[in-house]
Design a protein around this ligand. Sequence first.
Ligand SMILES: [Zn+2]
Length: 216
Amino acid sequence: MPAISSNKPYRIGRSRTGLGLFATKPIKKGDKIVRYFGPLLDSRNKKHEGIENKYLFELNGRWTIDGSVRKNVARYINHACRPNAESDVSARKRKVVIRAIKKIESGEEINYDYGTDYFKAYLKPIGCKCASCEKKRKKLRAEAREQKKLAKARLERKAAKAKPALNGHANGTLLNGRGKKAGLVGKAAAAKSGIFAAAKKLNRARNAAREARASV
Ligand SMILES: [Zn+2]
């Protein structure tokens, strides 16, 4: 039996984090989408102890499904913090079914919440890339940009207010602004000519020394 036949409501496709599972037809809320399956690992079995991969689905303290097998198409389903599906666990039957928790449109990626343990171990260190977390990050970035803009505007207003006081004038911001600028330019020019004068002086001294040497 092929892993995916055409009557299945999903296909494997490119997702923002690699591969993912996508609906190929509308899926109703509550519908079973696919089973999460693989060999059962028993915590009491010494041979199972060393098995470690990202697709282990713990059913209870004793049983774990090793979902890393190729035929387990459900392993392509990515995590989302606000998913459209859930993992329906029957520990007694040792069975997990991925089920829609809202209507999923054709073309939509199927996600379920992997749970806090997985999130802490694998997603938190690298940053969750699910749609709602990306949206949250985008919003935070936009807010930070807005804050920066506001802070800059505040500083500019403060600087504009501070100008008359610095100039010693109490009124007429526009005139004062011009006056201040002119003052600055004047100062810069004076400083430059000062340097120029110093250079001239140095040259004169050098020439005098050269002349003195020549005359010896
Ligand atoms: Zn997330």
